[in-house]
Design a protein. Structure first.
Ligand code: HEC
Length: 133
């Protein structure tokens, strides 16, 4: 009976969608929490992802302009047209494994897209949302 129970628990765990956290994302999320984030809202990140604002050149841009909305597919840089590897950790195991890289691109991309840095709250929301893709 005990064995059956263990098996059932095991089966339940593997059928639940896995959030692909890494030591880098655990550490970043802890940092954002220490900066005042208490409640993460991945659905806000979902709508922020496609929220368009006017870029430097007057064109409307959002995160999805370069990364798309299908995270298992490659994106394309809107200016250089360079291919951007998929953001989904399910198809790209190198994603979100380097704390410095994540922070560097949050900084650059938020500035490019919204003309300002993202707050700790926005980054925590984005990261949680992206890890679930
Ligand atoms: C102008 C094109 C462009 C836009 C717009 C853009 N990104 Fe990016 N993003 C890139 C490029 C280029 C990279 C670095 C190349 C790579 O990681 O494949 C990148 C990388 C990232 C990474 C790093 C992923 C990792 O593996 O560490 C994150 C996180 C990210 N972007 C989030 C965002 C968010 C959030 C927005 C919207 C606020 C956004 N991006 C908008 C082009 C863009």
């Amino acid at each position: 009976m005990k064995r059956l129970l263990a098996l059932m628990i095991f089966a339940a765990t593997i059928s639940v969608p896995v959030v692909m956290a890494s030591p880098a994302t655990d550490s970043l999320l802890a940092k954002y929490k220490s900066e005042g984030v208490s409640k993460i809202d991945a659905s806000k990140a979902k709508s922020d992802w496609t929220k368009e604002t006017k870029g430097e050149d007057g064109e409307m841009i959002s995160c999805s302009t370069c990364h798309g909305t299908d995270f298992s597919k490659a994106g394309k840089h809107r200016k250089t047209h360079k291919v951007i590897d998929p953001l989904s950790t399910r198809v790209n195991t190198e994603r979100f494994t380097d704390e410095k890289k994540i922070e560097k691109w949050f900084k650059r991309n938020c500035n490019d897209t919204w003309g300002r840095e993202c707050t700790a709250q926005e980054k925590a929301d984005f990261l949680t949302f992206l890890l679930a893709q």
